[in-house]
Design a protein around this ligand. Structure first.
Ligand SMILES: NC(=O)c1ccc[n+]([C@@H]2O[C@H](COP(=O)([O-])OP(=O)(O)OC[C@H]3O[C@@H](n4cnc5c(N)ncnc54)[C@H](O)[C@@H]3O)[C@@H](O)[C@H]2O)c1
Length: 448
């Protein structure tokens, strides 16, 4: 299977649920500008990153896009769904992430991208109202309509493959219920309009049913249920999620492994955010915030493993706050106050003030995930794609495994997966200097 990986033929459809949001329109405008040669894909590993192949002495560092046969940006065809019937140029203007001069470079292309009607129910995103929505007696009907959209988009654009990605609003917190536990329960639940089945789950089911990879960019329960994971394996479809890892949490997954690597203790970590975009408004509702909070909180426990290091981490206090503050728009400010202790318990502090831009950080992640999900599909990979954990705050993983949150372990996992896909040796960073038995097995263990 792996030997046959070659440059893909034909066009790749990209269908985005939440097509008119800040992340989506920033991704679209940027990708279209890059393919016109008017911008650089900064932040995108697939476009700018390199990968070491072979031994250090070989000094062979091709670009990732030259090493693995990814789809060309010229072959991407964009579409999607939203609850607002605007073209993506109008929406990008409303989002106020990119300057007019940057949007005008791709104005015609953006004006031609319009959403299909969304499967939407207000009870899952209480702060939004939508009039560009599908009608159906049951959730099963809505799901069937999404399937039809996917099919007709494929035919009318003469596509060879598709990827579906959720960059829609964060839905309310939903714990796992019986309806999520088996495929039969889930299918019955859609027919019976079970309240625990949200729109993002309908898009997920529809994509898998159509044999299309599904990526979950928001933190709510959607594809990470036994029913849909099982379905993705049956249908040979790769899935990945959840919650794009962009600002504060990305930093957390770099700083926390550093503290643990040096056996420095933690007494408290207070994270607060102000942001004023529509995402911030949605998260201002307590039920939607709870979804995000769970996702942001899970990271520290996973990295620090307090059960293994009780003297260092058992009693740390971790708080995450998100405050809706309209004047800042998409330009989020994330503060972290970190109380740590070192040798003999002496206290120290770290303060981080990240003045970031949410959608500027998320857009290249969307691009990479689309290209890698398509690669996974063409490689015959299916089910949860743990090697894409690099991109997520709450990386999906098999039930019998603990998640991996450390950004650099995640990167190593991603790159080794690419090496393996292309029949190259994974790199273990083993020190083989002067150890004969190790050097003998150099084919197996490529040292750093
Ligand atoms: N920007 C980041 O750094 C970042 C990081 C992690 C996760 N996210 C998540 O990505 C998502 C998008 O963020 P954003 O800033 O673009 O938000 P946004 O509010 O600008 O965009 C969301 C879009 O989804 C649409 N939508 C809502 N329900 C829908 C449905 N059922 N079907 C189709 N469309 C629907 C909305 O109308 C809106 O256009 C959010 O869930 C956010 O939490 C963003």
């Amino acid at each position: 299977m792996l030997n046959n990986l070659s440059k893909p033929k034909g066009k790749l459809g990209v269908l985005i649920a939440g097509l008119n949001g800040a992340v989506s329109t920033t991704f679209l405008a940027g990708t279209l500008a890059v393919r016109k040669g008017k911008a650089k894909p900064i932040g995108s590993l697939t476009q700018m990153g390199t990968i070491r192949i072979g031994k250090r002495i070989d000094a062979n560092f091709p670009k990732i896009k030259d090493f693995v046969p990814l789809a060309d940006l010229d072959d991407l065809v964009f579409g999607g769904w939203d609850i607002r019937n605007e073209n993506t140029y109008e929406s990008a203007k409303i989002a106020q992430v990119l300057k007019d001069s940057d949007l005008d470079v791709v104005k015609n292309e953006l004006e031609n991208i319009r959403p299909m009607r969304a499967a939407f129910q207000k009870q899952y995103v209480k702060r939004l109202d939508g009039d560009w929505v599908k009608k159906g007696e049951t959730k099963y009907d809505l799901m069937e309509q999404i399937r039809n959209d996917i099919k007709s988009f494929k035919i009318s654009n003469n596509l060879s493959r598709l990827v579906v990605i959720w960059a829609g609003s964060t839905e309310i917190y939903t714990p796992i219920h019986n309806v999520h536990k088996t495929l039969a329960n889930f299918e019955m639940g859609m027919r019976e309009n079970d309240d625990n089945i949200s729109p993002s789950m309908l898009y997920a089911y529809a994509s898998i049913a159509e044999g299309v990879p599904y990526i979950m960019g928001a933190p709510n329960l959607a594809i990470d249920t036994p029913a849909l994971i099982d379905f993705s394996k049956k249908q040979n479809v790769p899935i990945a999620g959840k919650d794009f890892k962009t600002g504060q949490t990305m930093l957390k997954t770099v700083i926390a492994p550093m503290l643990k690597a040096r056996m420095l203790g933690l007494t408290g970590w207070f994270s607060s955010n102000i942001l004023g975009n529509r995402d911030g408004e949605v998260l201002d509702d307590p039920d939607n915030f709870k979804t995000k909070e769970e996702s942001k909180l899970s990271v520290l426990e996973g990295i620090l493993q307090p059960e293994l290091y009780p003297e260092l981490y058992a009693n740390h206090y971790h708080k995450v706050r998100i405050n809706y503050y309209p004047p800042r728009g998409d330009n989020k400010e994330g503060w972290d106050n970190i109380d740590i202790f070192g040798w003999l318990g002496y206290p120290m502090q770290l303060k981080i003030d990240f003045l970031c831009r949410d959608s500027i950080l998320a857009a290249p992640i969307v691009l990479d995930l689309i290209l890698f999900a398509d690669l996974a599909q063409r490689s015959g990979m299916h089910g949860v794609q743990e090697w894409l954990s690099f991109y997520f705050k709450s990386p999906m993983h098999d039930v019998d495994k603990v998640p991996e949150h450390d950004l650099f372990i995640q990167l190593m996992k991603l790159k080794n997966t690419l090496r393996k896909l292309m029949n190259e040796h994974p790199i273990t960073h083993l020190d083989t200097n002067g150890v004969e038995e190790f050097s003998d097995n150099i084919e197996e263990f490529l040292e750093d």
